[in-house]
Design a protein around this ligand. Structure first.
Ligand code: ZN
Length: 365
């Protein structure tokens, strides 16, 4: 006995994603008709295969190009080949779930607002999984996650990628150790970012080990290439950067760890603000104790500008206590790595003077 067949026509859709084929299967389809110029996402294709649903290409509505996205990809700015199969590997499926759970953490902790914030993971030399644009991080599902090449050209996924992916891509290109990037707007850390100030160091061990020195990058319009490049001078020696008048960005070996750094920074900034209301000075740990923490950090393989012996002097100076202040002017130590390795004598003199003045000022009060 032959069971009935039902064909569902999706010929009008340019992009056929997991949800479309799920709906069709729920509606009892035994075959799905698509236009020759439609893009069927790899996960949708796998789903159809697993459910024994035939995928029929209707050549009568064939467009001139098989896939404009693919054409753009091969002509894209990166010469590396793209491995589309990476989008549906067990590792990719696990990372997609991890991105969703990190998205929910960001939303639950109020680190993102509206559709703000974005998350990505470098799954191959030229392949990056990323969150889509215009979706709240609380509502992310694995089907929302797309894949692009290192040039930002989308090669898989139902939804368009976030425009702020450019920022992530600059970090991946500059820092080979960076496998995951999280960008968000946590309120207390963003309060620093909108004042252009950095928190003092040598106060809470966890912050020293996991973040340490936080840099401040200059403002540019979000989503632009100019914005993406603002972090370049900092990301090799800082895993966390305050983005002026915007938010923060963190990179790590995993998506989960990149989100941890956002938590560590946000909690640190918040704690400092609360402590500053107690009306008594915040105590710092000693430089020797700070060195012990740096040794732990080195073992963990985390970056810190203070590992650079030639910059240690200026960094130690910036660690000097400015009593009563929880928001410091960034020093060269929180600044670009492209700057000459050691500050010039003039720079160092003015740095020493400004720190001394601030200390004297606070003592007089
Ligand atoms: Zn943002």
């Amino acid at each position: 006995m032959k069971s009935g067949t039902k064909s569902i026509d999706l010929g009008e859709r340019r992009l056929i994603a997991m949800r479309d084929v799920q709906d069709a299967v729920t509606a009892g389809a035994t075959s799905i008709v698509v236009a020759a110029n439609s893009i069927v996402t790899p996960s949708a294709r796998d789903f159809l295969q697993q459910h024994g649903i035939e995928l029929v290409t209707d050549k009568s509505v064939a467009g001139p190009q098989q896939s404009t996205q693919h054409a753009a990809s091969s002509a894209g700015p990166t010469a590396l080949a793209v491995n589309r199969r990476l989008f549906t590997t067990p590792e990719a499926e696990a990372v997609k779930k991890e991105i969703c759970s990190v998205g929910r953490k960001l939303w639950m902790r109020q680190f993102v607002d509206g559709n703000g914030g974005n998350i990505s993971y470098r799954i191959g030399p030229n392949e990056v999984l990323c969150s889509p644009t215009l979706v709240s991080k609380y509502d992310l599902t694995p089907d929302d996650i797309g894949m692009t090449d290192l040039g930002g050209v989308q090669i898989a996924g139902a939804k368009p990628r976030t425009s702020e992916l450019l920022l992530h891509l600059e970090i991946y290109k500059a820092v080979p150790e960076a496998k995951a990037v999280v960008h968000c707007h946590p309120p207390h850390a963003t309060a620093y970012a909108i004042t252009g100030r950095v928190p003092p160091n040598l106060i809470i061990p966890e912050f020293e080990v996991f973040v340490g020195k936080v840099a401040v990058s200059p403002y540019e319009t979000p989503g632009t290439q100019a914005f993406a490049e603002t972090v370049l001078p900092y990301v090799k020696t800082h895993n966390t950067v305050l983005l002026s008048n915007h938010g923060i960005v963190c990179w790590a070996d995993t998506v989960t760890h990149a989100e941890w750094y956002a938590e560590v920074l946000e909690t640190y900034c918040w704690t400092l603000m609360i402590a500053s209301q107690l009306g008594v000075p915040i105590s710092q740990i000693s430089e020797k104790q700070g060195d012990d923490l740096l040794a732990i950090k080195k073992k963990l393989g985390l970056p810190d500008i203070r590992f650079d012996a030639s910059r240690m002097k200026e960094c130690q100076l910036s660690d000097l206590e400015v009593p009563g202040s929880i928001a410091l002017e960034p020093t060269p130590c929180d600044g670009p790595t492209s700057r000459s390795a050691t500050a010039s004598d003039g720079d160092m003199e003015s740095l020493v003077k400004s720190v001394t003045d601030a200390v004297m000022d606070a003592m007089e009060k």
